[in-house]
Design a protein around this ligand. Sequence first.
Ligand code: SF4
Length: 369
Amino acid sequence: MKFPLSMTAGMAGYIMKNKMRPRPEWQVNKSVQHDASNPFKIIYTAQTAEKREPHPMINKRFPLVLMLEPLHTCNLTCTGCGRIREYESTITQKLSVEQCLHAVDECGAPMVTICGGEPLLYPEIGALAKGILNRGHSCYLCTNGMFMVRKLKEFTPHDLFFFNVHLDGMEKNHDIAVEREGVFQEAIKGIQAAKAAGFKVVTNTTVYVETDMNEIEELFEYLKQFNVDGHTISPAYGYSAVDQREIFLTRERVYEKFKDIDRLAKKYPLQTTPVYMDFLQGKRDLPCTAWGNPTYNVKGWKGPCYLITDAHHKTFEEYMTRTAWDNYGPGNDPRCEHCMMHCGFEPSAAFGINSKVSDPIRLLTWLVR
Ligand code: SF4
């Protein structure tokens, strides 16, 4: 099976419950609101709002994966990372474990991804992961892998706990992407140590303009020897916090890069849903479902999504009810035009948006394979 049975069953039950009995206050479609306090916000929704006909299932808004950023401090300065740039003024601040767990409770998403910054630099990282798992949520800890060997003793293997190690290519190119030599080797040592200690380990790869997809296949082949449990892969999308836009992909280039993704998915344990793979290959359009992956950090609930910041909300409720969701997504906001990030679109599969009759069978086959 792709995921532990308890995780799959828990997620399916949660989705069903929220589809059958959606929270009415989260389903309200906000009208376009011009925010005078944010002079940089570009809205051209007004030009297209009348033409849009949202899919009926789009009314079922609820969170699926909480992106929890307890700190933005990092030991690296990766070329494609927006966080160390956007949150430069608060880079030394961190959330307390209590604040993090309050966010987990407030949001209620069944899956929590701890990201940052480098989460293994967070002093109470073991206690935070334990608190999330004790609440019955699954937990992905995203890391560059450099401190895994040192920090492993702070964790206990658990069916719902995964280390998610960042690897953007083989040694030479990964070290270029993270702007430091030796990172790839440290990450591999971390993966080996975690697997030997009984932990589940997956990897995550971002595909940039320069990425050679043959090298990504070489990477997955290389990782086989360590019995890595899965791989996530996502196209790099340029957004306002990152200024080196030439490294990011346009929609057309994403289709080209991912044209062979089905073959890779048959050969390696990709954790990319078949519906999202259709989207990456241009076989169907998906609307943005940014509320499926809310982000919480030292400034609050980041709206509307992991990538764009138009507001930080004090409470999750405020984030869900005050964000003008209809203003976002391709065709609604120019900043969203080339976005194909899994944080915005992968939940579309679970929400059943733009679904086909065959989708549930495909999803089930994919889950149990
Ligand atoms: S399309 Fe992408 S950038 Fe735009 S709101 Fe959705 S996730 Fe954010």
